[in-house]
Design a protein around this ligand. Structure first.
Ligand code: ZN
Length: 243
């Protein structure tokens, strides 16, 4: 099976459509790692679009929880808080009900999925090698997938030694026996690695590979919508620089 792996769409419909168009015909199932809403101007439309893909797994992220009013917004920076309050005011009842049905973790026989990290599926930003061992320790399979940081990243555990790399666009990672991985596809709707293009990955469970992809989208349209909605301007500005 070829899985389209998407995360952190953040209500950015243009970025999501660009990813679906670029990956069209190249996958048979979808894995969504959470934060479908928050920051961006199209929360209802994005949740509906993802639902229509019938994802095999769809996770709940911290911004989704915030939009449901189930998170202490003091934990957010002022811009994220303002966006969460705006998003909460926009969500239609059936969209809320759908988000409320999701969990921040899920698993299948060959992989485990977490919005943020295995040991803290809602909040931990997996960035550095020292975070590898305590997280690999509680995984039962050899492949974990996470989102949350909006940066494509590979944690590789070879006999207890953890290395972290940030894969380039187009890079293909080969899975190998005896090697455990935690992989982040990067963010669809608000990339934070200095590259404004929407990020996604394709996990091929037969070929045992993970491909990292980037695709451009009309950033200016999303920016206009963010400003028109009265959301903080910085949330529009940052999309142009990928941070
Ligand atoms: Zn996010």
């Amino acid at each position: 099976m070829r899985y389209l792996v998407i995360s952190d769409i953040h209500a950015n419909l243009e970025a999501l459509e660009a990813v679906l168009e670029a990956a069209s015909g190249d996958y048979g199932a979808v894995l969504s790692l959470g934060d479908q809403v928050g920051y961006g101007p199209n929360p209802n439309e994005v949740v509906e679009r993802v639902q229509a893909l019938h994802p095999e797994h769809s996770l709940l992220g911290n911004h989704d929880i915030a939009a449901l009013g189930e998170l202490d917004l003091e934990l957010f920076n002022p811009f994220a808080r303002e966006a969460a309050e705006w998003t909460a005011s926009q969500l239609r009842p059936e969209i809320r009900a759908h988000l409320e049905s999701l969990e921040p973790r899920s698993s299948a026989s060959a992989f485990e999925l977490f919005h943020a990290s295995p040991r803290d599926p809602v909040w931990e930003y997996m960035e550095a090698p020292w975070q590898g061992p305590p997280n690999f320790e509680i995984m039962v399979s050899d492949l974990g997938m996470v989102g949350h940081t909006h940066v494509p990243r590979i944690f590789r555990d070879v006999h207890g030694q953890v290395r972290v790399v940030e894969p380039d666009a187009g890079e293909v990672l080969a899975l190998a026996p005896g090697q455990r991985l935690i992989v982040n596809p990067g963010g669809v709707g608000q990339p934070r690695d200095g590259n404004p293009r929407a990020a996604y990955a394709i996990y091929d469970s037969d070929a045992q590979t993970i491909e990292f992809h980037r695709v451009p989208y009309p950033v200016d349209i999303t920016q206009q919508k963010i400003r028109a909605a009265g959301l903080p301007r910085i949330l529009a500005d940052r999309l142009a620089v990928g941070y």
